[in-house]
Design a protein around this ligand. Structure first.
Ligand code: ZN
Length: 250
């Protein structure tokens, strides 16, 4: 990317930003499919994150909660890329569609109403019986004092992070909103996502069909690079502040 402001960044009023795990690795949260990714290092871990296993196997739930007790996201701080998007969200119409469950966009200052969490949030826990939600730290406090498989205090149902597990349907309402945002966007920034899993891949397709200029910022090639007006391989924490400044310049 040259130092000159690119044409696609001029006069943009509606921006959709799709973010994946790559935007949070600078905050110390490992991605999934990169060289040090969670699935790359231990493919069997996917068992833990499969809905059927979680619902039917108490031991899986025990291991799942143990894993989240000490998750790096609890200590993570937003990095310059999150900050840049927060600054951008104060300007033109911006919506952030994120595959991440870490809540770092909101922590950086993007208003919650402008963030669509496609895979849910680890900060909330939901009861699979009655649907009640609880802040996850309260559930982890119970795990910490010896409850291996904490259950709902209201109905006794199984508690589960409010995130999408393998084999679980995406939230139709959230996805519907995300598609509408993608279709209406003039620039669609895809940041730190391999764009290989749904709904990320089809959101790119919706944006391109709707006439958006697609800009891909990702270390590795993606299936959508050929549809992009620009593909940027530079580190996200360096390049995103520059892109957001260019977009804010109007
Ligand atoms: Zn319940």
């Amino acid at each position: 990317m040259s130092e000159l402001r690119p044409d696609w960044a001029r006069g943009v009023r509606r921006i959709a930003v799709l973010t994946g795990a790559g935007i949070s690795t600078d905050s110390g949260i490992p991605d999934y499919r990169g060289p040090d990714g969670i699935w790359t290092r231990d493919p069997k871990l996917a068992n833990l994150f499969t809905l059927d296993n979680f619902l039917t196997d108490q031991e899986i739930r025990h291991r799942f909660w143990q894993r989240y007790l000490d998750h790096p996201a609890w200590r993570a701080q937003p990095n310059p890329a999150h900050q840049a998007l927060a600054d951008l969200s104060g300007g033109p119409a911006v919506r952030v569609l994120t595959q991440n469950i870490d809540g770092l966009h909101q922590r950086a200052g993007v208003p919650a109403r402008k963030v669509l969490e496609l895979h849910g949030s680890m900060h909330q826990t939901v009861c699979c019986g009655c649907g009640a939600t609880t802040p996850t730290p309260e559930v982890l406090d119970r795990v910490r004092v010896g409850e291996n498989d904490p259950s709902c205090v209201d109905c006794g149902g199984i508690l589960k992070l409010a995130v999408i597990l393998f084999g679980q349907q995406l939230d139709g309402e959230v996805i519907g909103k995300a598609r509408a945002v993608a279709a209406a966007s003039e620039v669609f920034l895809a940041v730190g996502s391999s764009l290989q899993v749904e709904p990320a891949a089809s959101l790119c397709a919706v944006a391109v069909r709707g006439g958006a200029k697609l800009v891909v910022v990702n270390a590795a090639p993606t299936p959508y690079d050929e549809h992009a007006v620009e593909v940027i391989r530079e580190p996200i924490g360096e390049v995103l502040p520059r892109i957001c400044r260019d977009l804010l310049a109007g």
